[in-house]
Design a protein around this ligand. Sequence first.
Ligand SMILES: Nc1ncnc2c1ncn2[C@@H]1O[C@H](COP(=O)(O)OP(=O)(O)O)[C@@H](O)[C@H]1O
Ligand SMILES: [Mg+2]
Length: 226
Amino acid sequence: MNEAYLHPGAALRRLKTDVFGCVDLCNTGTAGDAPAVRRDTTAARWWARWLAVWLASREARALRALEGVAGVPRLLAWRDGVLLRTWIEGRPMQEARPADARYFRAARRLLRTLHRRGVAHNDLAKEPNWLVTAQGLPALVDYQLATVRRRPGRLFRSLAREDLRHLLKHKRTYCPDRLTPTDRQLLARRSWFSRVWIRAGKPVYLWVTRRWLGWADREGAGDRQL
Ligand SMILES: Nc1ncnc2c1ncn2[C@@H]1O[C@H](COP(=O)(O)OP(=O)(O)O)[C@@H](O)[C@H]1O
Ligand SMILES: [Mg+2]
């Protein structure tokens, strides 16, 4: 891999644009190299740049902690405001609509692996962050909000449970017949973190992301203009 990925000319397809910059599918610059995904915070609005860099650095940290996990992009580089990670061939959940119990079993295993490595994803309500690969298996992208802990405490366990609850909500949407009694119990039991979030955090988050940043409910599903 050479430095070509740093230049916008290497972009093959725009995956997303918002105030935090853009995400492109691009060439890594070496013949025969697989395409990669470039998050470019230098394209962020000037007032959002510091936040974009902080979010991308969180993603770099989480991807380092998850090195070698199947279904998670590999970090290729994080330098000069540009984060490069491997491309995983697949379709976002809202498009692929996985109705297969195998997908959800594998997704649960994937979440268990993340949590054992000390990473809670924290952004799994968004279907575009879930991919369905060509083999019908799950992959997870977008680790900007992830929490990385060496020694998981009470908060981490709550976040991990929220990750799982979001997965079960997707299962309820796409594969409701295969919800087990345990799944239903987990869905019904809201953690203290979730209760606080729904009352206090979520209204602010929705106001900021919809009114201020212009995100739609299924953000990331396609390209958006600034
Ligand atoms: N490594 C990847 N492999 C396949 N698709 C990806 C990959 N990274 C991102 N995408 C696609 O690009 C979209 C935007 O990337 P994402 O990291 O989620 O950006 P944002 O943090 O701005 O939401 C994703 O929702 C996904 O559909
Ligand atoms: Mg995303």
